[in-house]
Design a protein around this ligand. Structure first.
Ligand code: GDG
Length: 475
């Protein structure tokens, strides 16, 4: 596809974000014309506002196989597409990224596949990302590489462009050393990351795991959060808990249309006394099955009355070509079908299961409508949904049930914390959250709202970029 001249991008940038995906989806109109629309998802949601303010370039795959696109501007963002062949999508993206690294980094909840052809594609594609970035970055530019799909890029880029200041941020957990060492290519990954001046993690445990591995496996010297590499550089490894644009979401949730829609949602659900809500990508790390089982049992054993409560579970379609995700979808269909079939009444299905993606204002209305937000991942780097719910609760009401194993649990200490593997514990916590006094709920919510408002997305990005600015021999 050719890009109109007017939309062509300027050639280089002083600030470059590198991520697996560009933050846009392509829309093809019936007349054949093409538009790009900002796409949903954790990374994009978190990152786009920062990007706009910096007027930088974004290097990433545009989402379609076997297609080479010229760099272009969209909605004020300079976008640099990286092409991927269909086989590379299978091996690098669905394979090594989502079939090896994703389960390995999430406590091996699913079994990681170790396949040499997946690894080879990962190396090749990472090199392509590094090459494209080297071509768009100005002399001395700041480059911020994102996430587990691109862990080799920092070292590859440093080799091509030693003048650059390179940061890397991992959005998912960095695993305990025992698990990481299962990876046949463990040293290459560590060396790849060490190419950065600053390696950022969601929580300090991740940074510590990394520092331990670098010391033990690569025999590099470390001092607190600094690594002195054998080629004479200093690399920092620190935590930067990712955040949300709390003000924007707060204002959206406060708006009249969202308030009206929230009331409408409750009405359509039969005006339940208590509305429980889950919002997740349909992913085995998110703990969906155990959560719904816990809720179903509470109705089955008579603790909750199906006439008085409702559970809405939004499960956004995700990675549907990866086998484990297809299996999870079937299991969810079966479980929800069984629960609703066994204990539902006419007009009162206990669980409203929505396997779909919704616009942002609909999400805000759901957050506003829900009395108890249920966020129970088995392992999660951060979990933005938990923070989003808090940001929407202007009246300091509502309750957040949150897994101890989400990064967000470090900051949202006043949530009703649960072990998501403990179904009975979860049942107790759902009831506790629901029945707690309005006063207690408000006390907890106030503290969490302050935390989310003060540590917002700007704070996150500046903390990382300020530290990056102070690193390296460039200073
Ligand atoms: C990864 C890490 C880390 C979901 N459904 C819809 C929708 N969403 C939005 C949510 C939220 C985002 O997607 C999901 O973010 P999470 O943080 O909850 O989870 P992951 O996708 O797994 O993200 C995670 C994150 O990266 C950032 O570093 O926190 O730990 O796994 O913003 O609101 N948005 C819309 N419609 C939907 O149907 N508009």
């Amino acid at each position: 596809m050719s890009t109109p001249d007017s939309a062509k991008s300027k050639a280089t940038a002083s600030f470059v974000v590198v991520a697996n995906r560009l933050p846009v989806d392509r829309i093809e109109h019936p007349d054949g014309s093409v538009d790009w629309r900002t796409s949903p998802g954790g990374l994009v949601t978190a990152f786009e506002p920062v990007m706009r303010r910096h007027d930088g370039a974004w290097v990433g795959w545009h989402g379609a196989p076997d297609e080479e696109l010229e760099p272009f501007d969209n909605d004020g963002l300079q976008l640099v597409p990286v092409p991927l062949a269909a086989q590379e999508i299978e091996d690098y993206y669905e394979g090594f990224s989502n079939g090896t690294l994703w389960p390995l980094y999430h406590d091996v909840i699913a079994t990681p596949g170790f396949h040499r052809e997946w690894w080879e594609a990962y190396v090749l594609v990472n090199q392509r990302f590094a090459d494209r970035t080297a071509a768009v970055a100005e002399q001395g530019a700041v480059v911020w590489v994102q996430d587990y799909q691109l862990q080799l890029v920092p070292a590859m880029l440093r080799k091509l462009r030693p003048d650059l200041r390179i940061g890397f941020f991992l959005h998912i957990p960095f695993p305990p050393t025992e698990l990481f060492q299962q990876l046949p290519w463990r040293d290459q990954i560590l060396e790849g990351l060490l190419g950065a001046d600053l390696v950022g993690f969601q929580v300090s445990g991740g940074a510590q795991n990394f520092l331990r591995l670098v010391r033990a496996r690569l025999r590099q010297e470390t001092h607190r959060d600094e690594i002195r590499t054998s080629d004479g550089r200093t690399v920092l490894a620190r935590s930067y808990p990712i955040a949300i644009d709390a003000k924007e979401l707060n204002d959206l949730a406060a708006s009249e249309p969202v308030a009206t829609r929230a009331a409408e949602i409750r009405h359509d659900l039969g005006d339940p006394d208590v509305l429980f809500l889950g919002v997740d990508r349909l992913d085995y790390t998110k703990g969906l099955l155990a959560r719904l089982e816990a809720f179903g049992e509470l109705i089955e054993d008579g603790t909750l009355d199906v006439e008085k409560v409702a559970f809405v579970q939004v499960a956004t379609p995700s990675r549907e070509r990866v086998e484990e995700y297809r299996q999870l979808r079937d299991e969810m269909d079966r479980l929800v079908g069984r629960i609703n079939g066994d204990i539902g009444r006419i007009g009162r299905p206990p669980i409203t299961y929505l396997h779909a993606s919704y616009p942002r204002d609909e999400m805000a209305a759901l957050y506003r409508a829900a009395d108890v937000m249920v966020v129970t991942p088995l392992r999660d780097g951060m979990n933005l949904v938990a923070k989003e719910y808090v940001a929407c609760r202007q009246a300091d009401d509502g309750a957040l049930v949150l897994s101890e194993f989400a990064g967000a649990a470090r900051e949202l200490r006043q949530a009703y914390l649960v072990n998501p593997y403990d179904v009975n514990g979860m049942k107790d916590k759902l009831i506790e959250a629901m029945n707690d006094s309005a006063r207690n709920k408000a006390r907890r919510m106030k503290v969490m709202r302050r935390q989310v408002a003060e540590h917002d997305i700007d704070h996150w990005a500046s903390a990382f970029l300020d530290d990056l600015g102070r690193t390296g021999p460039h200073a």
